[in-house]
Design a protein around this ligand. Structure first.
Ligand SMILES: Cc1cc2nc3c(=O)[nH]c(=O)nc-3n(C[C@H](O)[C@H](O)[C@H](O)COP(=O)(O)OP(=O)(O)OC[C@H]3O[C@@H](n4cnc5c(N)ncnc54)[C@H](O)[C@@H]3O)c2cc1C
Length: 499
């Protein structure tokens, strides 16, 4: 029988996280690795979200890899197609394609504590790996609410992250469900062409103006010829966001003046007092993600838009009905209802040392050591794991910190030599989470008076990092071996005893 393929490292996912991990592994001199991707191209978020108006909401010069600057970003907040093209470019420039296995969905990963390795089943075959780096993304599996009557709705239904470009929205009666980051980009993009737009809003977001503009040819040429100018730009964007962190994490009351700016943004576009009342949040700004748009409110003020300030509760034939009884007949329903975040689907597919899945271990809430390792899951780490999300800055900063940690993890295993594995100590995981949750108590995400996707069903914030990106960078610079149990293959343990 043919030997099953074995690699040093298996990376899952080819978004910013997985591609970043691949670049970093190559830089560390590790070439024996694969990237397993369920889709047929790279890009993750930026491949799957192609809805009209899709763009980043952190400026492009910060929302990109520090090791792969792009002097040619076309706009301050570049669109999806440009971010996707950037990730394709990174894949080519760093020669990652030979490592990537497309159409390879990871179905199950099981820890083998005899051989100290992961056995991985994918839709395209099986393999084993010493180390697994799970970069399956925090916002990669769309969540559609279980609305009574949805199955028998006769019209078109899709999620914002799975946009149906073959469906012509022109002149249609459309229900948009949700008012999160995707919905506020979609609404102004489709409002001019649809016949009627009914927006179902459970909670109004705080929306600040978005200062988006084309980056001039002169600026681009400057960044190309004098790369330090692009670095300085990135540094400034980063520094300004870093200075805001204290207000989010320690002094939420200081955010009051930002609320005034957001209110003014709404007042400028919305003249109808009844609509203003519907759109005015009753919680502290920052508690939910602050959204950026200069076109959302003007679109809502157009005569072909209705805002239903109540969640969608039922579908009767082609009528969408809100909890308050209001509703409309529609041809299409678009769900902008977010993703499985605190219930990451990949967690059901990882079976650790004690035969339990990560989902079982995390059923009381996600927990890890330094956002990466989980106790009982040796040599397994996640990129953008628990409590690594940001409310106000670029996730690429956090991903790059985690890549430092991953690189050191692999280095430490090399130094240990032989068949070795590192398993996070339960005490170290508990201590880390205690610190994180202690700091969380004062943050705007926990005290701002809202519910959000940052919180799990028990109300615990298991998604956001309650500090600066600098603090996280420091905390993930190196693996502290005292926080891990060293596992040795039984055969090697015996050899050591015999020696
Ligand atoms: C519309 C949108 C806009 C955003 N804008 C910003 C922004 O402006 N700034 C910011 O900081 N963040 C933003 N984010 C957050 C964004 O998700 C992260 O910044 C980043 O792109 C995450 O990268 P990732 O590689 O971790 O995950 P993803 O990009 O989601 O990639 C995960 C990959 O894993 C693959 N995968 C998943 N499960 C499996 C499996 N079982 N087997 C094989 N492959 C699998 C997926 O197909 C996907 O390719 C945005 C998110 C969305 C949805």
């Amino acid at each position: 029988m043919a030997e099953r393929e074995h690699v040093r490292v298996a990376v899952i996912g080819s978004g910013f996280g997985g591609l970043g991990a691949a670049v970093r592994l190559r830089r560390e001199g590790v070439t024996d690795f694969v990237v397993l991707e369920r889709a047929d191209s790279v890009g993750g978020t930026w491949r799957d979200n192609s809805y009209p108006g899709c763009a980043c909401d952190v400026p492009s010069h910060l929302y990109s890899f520090s090791f792969a600057p792009n002097p040619d970003w076309p706009r301050t907040f570049s669109g999806q197609e440009h971010i996707r093209a950037y990730l394709e470019h990174v894949t080519d420039v760093f020669h990652l394609r030979p490592h990537i296995r497309f159409d390879s969905e990871v179905k199950m990963m099981t820890w083998d504590d005899e051989k100290l390795r992961w056995e991985i089943e994918t839709s395209s075959g099986s393999l084993s790996a010493d180390v697994v780096v799970s970069a399956t993304g925090p916002l990669s599996d769309p969540k559609v609410p279980d609305v009574p009557g949805l199955d028998s709705f006769p019209g078109k239904v899709f999620h914002s992250a799975r946009w149906d470009h073959d469906y012509d929205l022109r002149g249609k009666r459309v229900a948009m469900v949700g008012t999160g980051a995707s919905a506020i980009q979609i609404v102004p993009a489709i409002q001019p062409e649809v016949g009627r737009l009914t927006l179902f809003q459970r909670t109004p977001p705080w929306v600040m103006p978005r200062v988006d503009r084309a980056i001039s040819g002169a600026e681009r040429a400057l960044h190309r010829t004098l790369p330090f100018t692009a670095q300085a730009r990135r540094g400034l964007l980063w520094g300004l966001r870093e200075l805001q962190v204290q207000a989010f994490t320690k002094h939420p009351n200081e955010l009051g003046f930002v609320e005034q700016l957001a209110k003014r943004n709404m007042m400028r576009a919305i003249k109808d007092p009844a609509l203003r009342a519907k759109l005015t949040p009753d919680y502290r700004i920052g508690c939910k993600r602050i959204l950026l748009s200069s076109t959302y409110y003007p679109a809502l003020a157009r005569p072909n838009v209705d805002v239903v300030a109540s969640g969608l509760s039922e579908i009767r034939g082609s009528a969408v009905v809100a909890a308050d009884g209001s509703g409309a007949e529609v041809d299409a329903i678009i769900f902008g209802t977010g993703f499985h975040v605190t219930d990451m689907p990949i967690a059901e597919r990882v079976v650790g040392a004690e035969g339990r899945t990560l989902a079982e271990v995390w059923k009381g809430g996600m927990e890890s050591l330094r956002g990466a390792s989980a106790a009982g899951f040796p040599n397994w780490m996640t990129i953008i794991g628990p409590n690594t999300g940001l409310g106000n800055s670029s996730m690429i900063l956090m991903i790059e910190s985690q890549l430092n940690y991953m690189a050191d993890f692999v280095r430490q295993l090399d130094v240990l030599g032989g068949r070795a594995a590192l398993d996070a100590r339960p005490g170290a995981v508990a201590a880390w989470n205690l610190r994180v949750q202690e700091r969380m108590k004062r943050t705007v995400w926990n005290t701002g008076g809202c519910t959000s996707w940052y919180l799990d069903p028990s109300g615990r914030n298991t998604t956001i990092w309650p500090g600066t990106t600098t603090e996280f960078r420091r905390a993930t610079r190196q693996v502290d071996l005292a926080e891990y149990d060293l596992l040795r293959a039984p055969a090697e343990q015996k050899a050591e005893v015999d020696a």
